[in-house]
Design a protein around this ligand. Structure first.
Ligand SMILES: NC(=O)c1ccc[n+]([C@@H]2O[C@H](COP(=O)([O-])OP(=O)(O)OC[C@H]3O[C@@H](n4cnc5c(N)ncnc54)[C@H](O)[C@@H]3O)[C@@H](O)[C@H]2O)c1
Length: 270
């Protein structure tokens, strides 16, 4: 799928990895509808890119109605610009930091108190329900669009898993469960959508610079980087976006979970 002249709906596009995708897509001649709950950061992205290439639609992916209103707005914008939807990049997400001793994020704390189900539900709902709800609401439009190229392609869904889907650390039960779910639903989603010429690619990053990882302690960061083969540094958001643009452009990428991690395997102990 050519990026130029196409619109991509990017959840979490106001910050970090999602923002880098918005920037790369626009640099390649595409358009980006930013769906996010952070109005201030999103407006800053729209202003810095300029040229009417991006538009912000406020959405809380925890709420179906909020997604519906934002998707409706984005599709109206697509109608105005005439730049058909080329895909969804579902990058909105939340993480729980790795274990701090006696944190309630560990399944039982030192007093043998189990963690709270509301914390678990929150992470699952943002990362899994929010991802699927957005995709589910955009797909009907994509499936009705005119296929392009000799293969009859209609677009791509890019989801964001994590290295924690495979080597989750102590304290990451909720986050790992949510990112494992994203990895697992990649293939059935691909199989559901192939008849419409829509591909699905999931990227599982290790540690990348963003607001999410800025709150990591130096100890946790150093421990993760020690278990990275090469390069021994956090990934840059642009390096994540590069794989997203390659996924959009390379039609043979489909039904796959791609680790993007410099060979990092997260350790059990910090
Ligand atoms: N940064 C990393 O090291 C890393 C590693 C693996 C996976 N990921 C995943 O990448 C994705 C992007 O994370 P990031 O690092 O860019 O973090 P980030 O905090 O910089 O960006 C996340 C964005 O999602 C938005 N968001 C959060 N909850 C939302 C909600 N309910 N509704 C709408 N928008 C919401 C935030 O406002 C923010 O703009 C997440 O799914 C995260 O789990 C990140």
């Amino acid at each position: 799928m050519k990026i130029e002249g196409r619109t991509f709906i990017v959840s979490g596009g106001a910050s970090g990895l999602g923002r880098a995708c918005v920037e790369d897509i626009c640099r390649a001649g595409g358009y980006a509808a930013i769906l996010d709950m952070n109005d201030e950061l999103a407006q800053e992205v729209v202003k810095s890119i300029g040229g009417g290439k991006t538009k912000f639609f406020e959405a809380n992916v925890l709420e179906t109605e909020s997604i519906a209103a934002a998707v409706k707005g984005a599709l109206e914008w697509v109608k105005e610009t005439g730049k058909e939807v080329g895909g969804v990049i579902a990058a909105a997400g939340v993480a729980t930091p790795a274990k701090a001793r006696s944190s309630s994020r560990v399944i039982i704390d030192r007093n043998l108190e189990p963690f709270s189900m509301s914390d678990f539900d929150f992470v699952m709902n943002v990362n899994v329900r929010g991802t699927i709800d957005l995709i589910r609401q955009v797909i009907p439009h994509m499936a009705r669009s005119t296929p392009v190229g000799s293969d009859g392609e209609r677009g791509i869904i890019v989801m964001v898993s994590s290295a924690a889907a495979f080597d989750g650390q102590p304290g990451q039960v909720s986050y790992s469960a949510s990112k494992g779910a994203i990895a697992s639903l990649t293939l059935p989603l691909t199989r559901d959508l192939s008849r419409y010429g829509i591909r699905v690619v999931t990227i599982a990053p290790s540690i990348f610079d963003s607001r999410m990882t800025a709150m990591m302690s130096d100890k946790v960061r150093a421990s993760l980087l020690r278990t990275t083969e090469f390069p021994q540094r956090p990934g840059k958001p642009h390096e994540f976006a590069q794989l997203v643009t390659q996924s959009i452009e390379n039609i043979m990428l489909n039904g796959v979970v791609l680790r993007l991690d410099g060979g990092m395997r997260m350790p059990s102990k910090m």
